[in-house]
Design a binder for this molecule. Structure first.
Ligand code: G6Q
Length: 520
């Protein structure tokens, strides 16, 4: 168990006197130069974390004692890791990595191989389908949660690489305004609609599908020639007679880990072209191999997971802000919010015992520099330190930039990123308390050359593995989401009250729900 490891004890002792980054001589150019690792074109710069060599050694020891790498290898080989010992649970393999294990260095374990063979078949079908349907100009993706956030974040991030005349739209919320706002801007005759639901039972998605079907029919367009299903094999949505095409996903790919499965593939390959989409998969696959092969000191997602654990469990900091200095990553923090909080927002371990320590932090974020003009005040001078994870790129996505007063916009963006990282770490002494910055606010920077399809695939997988590594070390199940069930059940009961009020004779009783309906 996490708290019974030798490394835990050591880290706890070390956390009583973490390095003071505001101390003269603590944060030196040498430290910034040497506290970094590089792999796959990414630099992880961690000189501004509150760690020294001893802490890093102890964190890597924690990874070893918790068998973090062995668990990552077992996950990628298809071992059944999504389970709670001795209790009813999902009891599944966790094989999102197999969705991109279609290149070299493939897994040979039977479960993983079978999963990647299935993924290859779907990819092949997709490539052929896109060649046959090139005339469509727009694609609407209908899905929610994992069937929306990751794909949407990737789509926005790669807008610079979209083919001309291919437009993507998303509908997720059951709020009718969401669908209406999209439908206002498309010509059904030229539009494909992809319904994405692994379970094929999600209320919001099925409602929105019917909503859009009716609207298409009203314009004389046959949905059967425009609607595509992405769903689990044998789900209620697995009815090819209703769709132009059907693509599959499987229960061993969790919703929030599904962006590189058909859940994201149809939309991304439509907008980017198949070959550019394959670059996303290649980038993710390279990160998968790195995550399972690289030793802790040189493993990008594992080291990042360890810094997260240091900040959460030893420096006792309950939230993390992820701030991309890249406008293209506008929705990436929203995806990470789900990925991290749904995965590691758990209060029991894998044997069903309550965790006597804190697990997943609250994750939030916004692109910089915009955030600097809003919530950074609290980050710099608020009462509670907030660890930051910055993401930055040396080059912009579009080639056009302008020098104003001898610097380009990209240089201005990067200057702000580095300045914030330093300001948070070193703070500012002042006699005037209003101008005093306490500093010692831990942060690190993930820096790459340019946000391309391949870099984005790697970045996506980096975070998937960072989250999984933390779960392995805490010994929690990062792959289920029981916590979202209760609300769904109660919403169903309240919906029952609405329908009973219109169809008398349908008796239903839910006094607490009825109390709310009196406000309508
Ligand atoms: C993600 C969750 C959840 C899920 C949605 C949509 O890991 O399981 O966000 O993705 O509830 O589910 P369906 O794809 O089944 O409609």
């Amino acid at each position: 168990m996490f708290t019974r490891t030798k490394a835990f004890e050591l880290l706890q002792a070390l956390s009583s006197h973490p390095i003071d980054l505001t101390h003269p001589g603590a944060l030196t150019p040498e430290r910034i130069g040497s506290y970094s690792i590089e792999a796959l074109g990414f630099h992880l710069l961690y000189g501004t974390e509150r760690v020294n060599k001893e802490v890093i050694e102890a964190l890597c020891q924690l990874a070893k004692e918790s068998h973090a790498l062995e668990k990552m290898r077992a996950m990628q080989a298809g071992e059944v890791l999504n389970r709670i010992e001795g209790y009813e649970s999902e009891n599944r393999s966790v094989l999102h990595t197999a969705m991109r294990d279609v290149f070299d260095e493939r897994q040979t374990a039977p479960a993983a191989k079978d999963a990647s063979d299935r993924a290859s078949r779907e990819l092949h079908k997709l490539k052929k389908f896109l060649e046959e349907t090139d005339g469509y100009t727009d694609l609407i993706q209908i899905g929610i949660g994992g069937s929306d956030l990751g794909p949407r974040a990737l789509c926005i991030a790669l807008q610079a690489f979209h083919k001309p005349h291919k437009k993507i739209h998303f509908i997720s919320n059951v709020d009718p305004d969401d669908a209406n706002a999209v439908l206002k801007n498309v010509d059904p005759k030229k539009t494909l609609v992809v319904i994405v639901s692994k379970s094929g039972t999600t209320l919001e998605t099925l409602t929105n599908e019917e909503f859009v079907r009716e609207r298409f029919k009203a314009t004389g367009v046959d949905p059967k020639r425009h609607f595509i299903a992405v769903t689990g094999e044998k789900s209620p949505m697995d009815d090819p007679s209703r769709y132009l095409a059907s693509f599959y996903m499987w229960d061993f790919v969790g919703g929030r880990y599904s962006a590189t499965s058909m859940v994201g593939a149809v939309m991304l390959a439509f907008s980017l072209g198949y070959d550019a989409f394959e670059e996303v998969l290649k980038g993710a696959h390279e990160m998968d191999v790195h995550a399972r092969e690289a030793e802790p000191h040189h493993n990008l997602p594992l080291l990042s997971a360890l810094f997260g654990i240091w900040n959460r469990n030893f420096l006792k900091l309950p939230t993390v802000a992820v701030i991309p200095y890249s406008q293209a990553l506008l929705r990436f923090p929203a995806h990470l919010q789900q990925l991290d909080m749904e995965s590691n927002g758990k209060r029991i371990d894998k044997e069903g015992h309550p965790c006597p320590f804190s697990t997943g932090p609250v994750i939030w974020g916004e692109p910089g520099t915009n955030g600097q003009h809003s919530f950074y005040q609290l980050i710099h001078q608020g009462t509670d330190p907030i660890p930051l994870e910055f993401i930055g790129f040396r080059k912009s996505q579009y080639p056009k930039d302008l020098e104003i007063q001898h610097t380009t916009s990209q240089e201005k963006l990067l200057s702000n990123l580095f300045a914030q990282s330093l300001a948070l770490a070193i703070g500012q002494k002042s006699e005037n308390p209003n101008k005093f910055f306490p500093g010692n606010r831990p942060n690190r920077i993930l820096l790459a050359d340019q946000l391309t399809p391949k870099t984005l695939g790697a970045l996506l997988a980096f975070y998937e593995h960072k989250v999984a590594f933390q779960g392995f070390i805490w010994n929690i199940n990062s792959f289920d989401q029981e916590g979202v069930q209760l609300g769904k059940v109660l919403a169903g009961k309240i919906l029952g009250l609405f329908s009973a009020s219109k169809a008398p004779g349908k008796p239903t009783s839910f006094p607490l729900g009825e109390a709310y309906l009196k406000y309508l």
